[in-house]
Design a protein around this ligand. Structure first.
Ligand code: NAD
Length: 298
């Protein structure tokens, strides 16, 4: 029988990902900073413990799926962190989207304890997580990739090796910068079309058969009533505006350190930051559509 897998961070993404590992026959030992977050997994047979250290004591393969860099640092190096109780030879896979330099720091700290660290951030969102259709972008030692791939394949449709530790994060941050630019572009385009009197469903059909097509127009169109993929702006599930602002902030850091111009990435960053400050922080990032309409006094 399969040995247990640890899972730390049971939020919008962590829960469906851990459920897919359970479905593939891996016993799950999990924890979250908010104890209530473990209820759904517990109902499906997972063991819920109090701290990352306790998970590390019991599992020799551990996933983290946490909001941002400070949370990952805390879960690894905090008083009750993974590294306090880690066993030699443990495989650590961080699927959060964080600063690549933090991924490298966690890799060094893990190595000192005799463990192996890989970054494996994901693309696809909550829907793809539930359907085990995520794309994983993996950074780490190539010889460890095979061991990780077996587990990642239970949660994703595509598992791509990107290079050394941090390379997965670099690829993910590039993807999300383009996603943000595409989403804002789709939202303002749909809004303009609607104001010109076009039916939103027809406009989406036109775009998706034309050169304006992108993931946000075709798979995650933010205009209400066009498709069911987008969570309504009244809920908090999906990919939060705060998380998108965080990813665009990481793109800024990386662009600054490499002296790379990212004019639209910067504009997207400021737009999502403004949304966070205006009550959209916990809404899905597609709510930029509603934000643009309200800005116009609707
Ligand atoms: P979330 O906020 O829904 O969940 C994060 C969970 O981590 C929460 O339950 C929180 O209580 C827990 N947590 C925070 N700090 C902790 C700690 N120190 N120890 C234990 N638990 C802790 O976030 P999410 O939407 O699941 O996203 C997780 C990561 O995946 C983020 O980095 C995000 O950018 C990335 N991501 C999200 C999506 C998406 O569609 N939501 C898609 C791709 C990537």
């Amino acid at each position: 029988s399969k040995t247990a897998v640890g899972f730390i961070g049971l939020g919008n993404m962590g829960i469906p990902m851990a459920l897919n590992l359970l479905k593939s026959g891996y016993p799950i030992i999990a924890t979250d900073a908010f104890p209530e977050s473990g209820k759904e997994l517990q109902d499906h047979g997972a063991q819920i413990l109090d701290t990352p250290a306790e998970v590390a004591e019991k599992a020799d393969r551990i996933f983290t799926m946490l909001p941002s860099s400070p949370n990952v640092i805390e879960a690894y190096t905090g008083a009750n962190g993974i590294l306090k109780k880690i066993k030699k030879g443990t495989l650590l896979i961080d699927s959060s989207t964080i600063d690549p330099s933090v991924a490298k720091e966690m890799a060094l700290a893990s190595e000192k304890m005799g463990a192996v660290f890989m970054d494996a951030p994901v693309s696809g969102g909550v829907g793809a997580a539930s359907l085990a259709q995520l794309t994983f972008m993996v950074g780490g030692l190539e010889e460890e990739f095979t061991a990780a791939k077996e587990l990642l394949g239970c949660m994703g449709a595509n598992v791509l090796y990107c290079g050394q530790v941090g390379a997965g994060q670099a690829a993910k941050i590039c993807n999300n910068m383009l996603l943000a630019i595409g989403m804002i572009g789709t939202a303002e385009t749909m809004n303009l079309g609607i104001r010109l009197g076009l039916d939103p469903q027809l406009l989406a059909q036109v775009l998706n058969m034309s050169s304006g097509r992108c993931w946000s127009s075709d798979r995650y169109n933010p205009a209400p009533g066009v498709m069911e993929a987008c969570p309504p702006p009244t809920t908090t599930w999906g990919f939060g505006t705060t998380l998108m602002a965080k990813d665009l902030g990481l793109a800024q850091i990386m662009a600054t350190s490499t002296l790379t111009p990212i004019p639209l990435g910067s504009l997207a960053h400021q737009l999502y930051r403004t949304m966070c400050a205006r009550g959209y922080a916990n809404k899905d990032f597609s709510s930029v559509f509603q934000f643009l309409r309200e800005e116009e006094g609707q």
